[in-house]
Design a protein around this ligand. Structure first.
Ligand code: BG6
Length: 487
């Protein structure tokens, strides 16, 4: 099945922070790939902005280097590359200088009717400054779209400040808050699975589901990002955004329609129904930890260059959703760096049959598990109990029904999240973007946990590099009579 390409209207996409890592590693490769399938109209322009005094030619050279690094050589056809580079322009600009906006204004004014997208691939400390700069330069009318990305605040208060800074210039319908997890094909497939199949809805609740496990395990350490990461930690870097968005999509009620506000209203209800974890529960219902040095690899505190660091690079949480559908079903989340493997999955673990008709089984019956794999190898697996073949006795074993999406749908390469999200911005579709109130509700749940850690005066646990994580997380699970899935 070839994926359908629906061309978008012509646009000018302005990237602030055009020489930074996000632009080079994600945005330009994603745009190139959309160009390669002719989704982007010929007249559309990509305008890079940053402090560096480059010319457009210099920037095109930087873009070429980035594409050569991040796109496989067999996809980088030279004609495609040169037609893509023709779309790229560069303006050196200091966003803090009120006089520095003229060149951008002149360039955008050449095509006043085009869709304008401003992608702020810069530190959030500049979000407010840039939003006001755009407004003062007359570039923030109702057609313009502002794209921002995490960290969207450090806590509830700073997230509110940020929302109010950009909200003073751009209406909510013009603000696109990216969480790249929402652009992943498998995450959207979770919605297809739930809302396009009648099969699961009757059992998608506390009557049939024992618990849910969400795992985002990474095999790499923090590496050269140690300095940045030490001010953030796994809770802010992964849980507040990516994992909480996944909880929302698993737990939300079916929206009445697949439109941005209907979907986001339902997600918000889930966030608001999360049982607060505060005080002692912050230690009892969560585990935070740091990896130790391996035979050939440094420890977290070494990579962070901060021997006294109490920043967590692993978190496990037992969350609860206080509503009719989910009462009594724990949602276990875990994420960490330098773990045994690179696995991101959601596992819905169903209850066991209420009565066992097979009396003397040599192996116990295991729970049915529906696992939705985000990586590696995006797909679905349903673990069912089946009979072991052969006469004599009656032995059961768990058999997986496995569907790898790329294979099943024969689509070849799965598109990167940014390809989808960038085109959605141009189309003006906010369904896969976070609304301001969602971001704030997520912080409202996260803040008391982090306060609980801080007030306890305890230090993070430790775990061996390339392991499954700290023992304390296994113990937390065991207290609820359950076990983590293998990673
Ligand atoms: C980013 C985090 O948002 O997500 C990184 O800042 C993390 O620390 C990454 O490695 C994981 O994303 P993915 O798409 O590789 O699961």
């Amino acid at each position: 099945m070839t994926s359908v390409v629906i061309p978008v209207n012509s646009f000018d996409l302005v990237i602030f922070g055009a020489t930074g890592d996000l632009a080079m590693r994600k945005l330009l490769p994603a745009l190139f790939r959309r160009h390669a399938v002719a989704q982007i109209p010929e007249q559309a322009r990509i305008i890079g902005l940053s402090l560096s005094k480059h010319t457009t030619d210099d920037y095109r050279t930087l873009a070429t280097n980035a594409l050569e690094k991040h796109i496989p050589a067999d996809e980088l056809d030279s004609e495609l590359l040169s037609s893509f580079l023709e779309r790229i322009h560069y303006i050196p600009n200091d966003v803090t200088d009120p006089e520095g906006w003229t060149e951008l204004v002149d360039m955008l004014d050449q095509f006043p009717d085009r869709i304008r997208v401003y992608y702020l691939a810069v530190s959030p400390t500049f979000f407010g400054v840039i939003a006001h700069g755009l407004s003062n330069a007359g570039l923030s009318d109702g057609k313009a779209r502002l794209v921002v990305e995490k960290p969207l605040g450090h806590d509830l208060k700073s997230a509110q400040q940020l929302n109010s800074d950009i909200g003073a210039v751009f209406e909510e319908r013009c603000i696109y808050r990216i969480d790249h997890y929402l652009g992943k094909e498998t995450v959207q497939n979770l919605m297809a699975l739930r809302f396009a199949n009648a099969l699961f809805e009757p059992i998608w609740n506390a009557q049939s589901i024992d618990h849910v496990q969400i795992t985002a395990a990474e095999s790499l350490g923090v590496g050269t990002r140690g300095g940045y990461y030490d001010n953030s930690g796994a809770m802010r870097d992964m849980v507040q955004n990516h994992l909480m968005q996944l909880i929302c999509l698993i737990a939300m009620e079916p929206p009445h329609d697949f439109n941005a506000n209907a979907v986001r209203d339902e997600k918000l209800k889930v966030l608001r129904a999360l049982k607060p974890i505060k005080g002692f529960d912050a230690l009892n219902k969560t585990v935070r930890a740091q990896y130790l040095a391996g035979p050939d690899s440094p420890s977290y505190v070494d990579e962070a260059k901060n021997p006294e660091s109490t920043t967590e690079c692993y978190v496990a949480i037992e969350a609860e959703i206080e509503n009719w559908r989910w009462a009594g079903v724990p949602f276990f989340l875990r994420t960490g760096k330098k773990l045994r493997s690179q696995v991101t999955e959601i596992a819905i673990v169903f209850k066991k049959p209420p009565h066992l008709v097979f009396g003397n089984l040599s192996t116990p019956i295991s729970n049915n598990v529906l696992s939705i794999r985000l990586q590696p190898d995006e797909g679905l697996e349903l673990e069912l109990m089946t009979k072991e073949p052969g006469p004599g006795g009656f032995r059961l074993h768990a058999t997986p029904l496995d569907v790898a999406f790329a294979e099943a749908q024969d689509t070849g390469r799965m598109p990167d999240a940014y390809e989808r999200l960038l085109m959605d911005v141009v189309r003006g579709d906010q369904t896969l973007f976070m609304r301001g109130d969602e971001v704030e509700a997520a912080w409202e749940w996260i803040d008391p946990i982090m306060e609980g850690w801080e007030k306890s005066g305890t230090k993070p646990e430790t775990y061996d590099s390339n392991s499954e994580g700290p023992t304390a997380a296994v113990e937390m699970m065991a207290r609820s009579g359950r076990r983590w899935r293998k990673i």
